[in-house]
Design a protein around this ligand. Structure first.
Ligand code: 1GP
Length: 251
């Protein structure tokens, strides 16, 4: 296990549930990255993920990762959706397979093409089973997901267990960025009850009320992207992270 994975697991053990921030290099103005990174670190996020469904420029990705690294002490973890999502400047990357894609390219094709580059740059890779819930998100469309309906927790549980038995270290239930609704709590709780590896939940999480129900249901990691850039107030993210930690403590 590499140092970033160990850091994440130690934080989950310490706090019960952690928050990760997602910065999409295609959505953020490069001039805003430095200040945003500092403010989300100050708010208490555990690490910063960088990625999006439509990363087109590797040099822009490199610049954004370098800017984040120059401004924070927490790890930067790549969250690639394609070959364009790899940068040697990050601390680690989620080596993810979109398990419920209908196209093998997203299950093992990209991974095979990316593997020699991952070896060459020597970046820590953390194996992740990535599972898309619900239709309509960019992630579902681009990844050609055979999406699991929100009200089918038993299907999400089958895929999550498959990830575990395939040797992946984390499972990510993804409703998609800006989705109208996050993954339902009953899906989170059924998956969590059956799984022995940490469970990440993201997509459409915008309020403390969203966070409360998902953490109560057993999530180990909460990812938010949109809200960190569009927070209605300065303390919004810090309040949300405090909520994650206090709900996790009372579980
Ligand atoms: C997308 O789950 C993440 O991969 C973040 O989604 O932008 O809706 O927070 P949001």
């Amino acid at each position: 296990m590499g140092p970033v994975e160990k850091y994440l697991l130690d934080k989950v053990a310490q706090l019960g549930c952690i928050h990760l921030s997602l910065i999409d290099p295609e959505e953020i103005a490069p001039t805003k990255v430095a200040n945003l990174s500092k403010s989300i670190e100050k708010a208490g996020t555990t690490a910063i993920m960088v990625g999006g469904s439509t990363v087109v420029s590797i040099s822009q990705l490199d610049d954004i990762v370098k800017t984040i690294k120059n401004n924070v002490n927490i790890p930067v973890i790549l969250f690639p959706s394609n070959l364009t999502g790899v940068s040697k400047h990050a601390d680690a990357m989620w080596f993810l397979s979109l398990l419920n894609s209908s196209n093998p390219y997203f299950i093992s094709g990209i991974q095979a093409l990316a593997a020699p580059m991952v070896k060459k740059i020597g970046i820590e890779s953390i194996p992740l089973g990535y599972i898309i819930i619900g239709d309509g998100s960019t992630a579902a469309y681009i990844g050609q997901a055979h999406s699991i309906p929100y009200d089918k927790p038993e299907v999400a549980t089958c895929f999550s267990l498959a990830a575990q038995y395939l040797g992946m270290h984390f499972v990510y239930l993804e409703a998609g960025s800006r989705s109208k609704q996050p993954v339902y709590p009953n899906m989170v709780s059924m998956v969590k009850k059956n799984l022995d590896i940490p469970l990440i939940v993201g997509g459409g999480i915008k309020t403390k009320s969203n966070v409360k129900t998902i953490v109560e249901a057993g999530a180990d990691v909460i990812v938010t992207g949109t809200i960190i850039e569009e927070a209605p107030s300065a303390n919004y993210l810090a309040d949300m992270i405090n909520c994650i930690e206090s709900v996790a403590e009372s579980r």
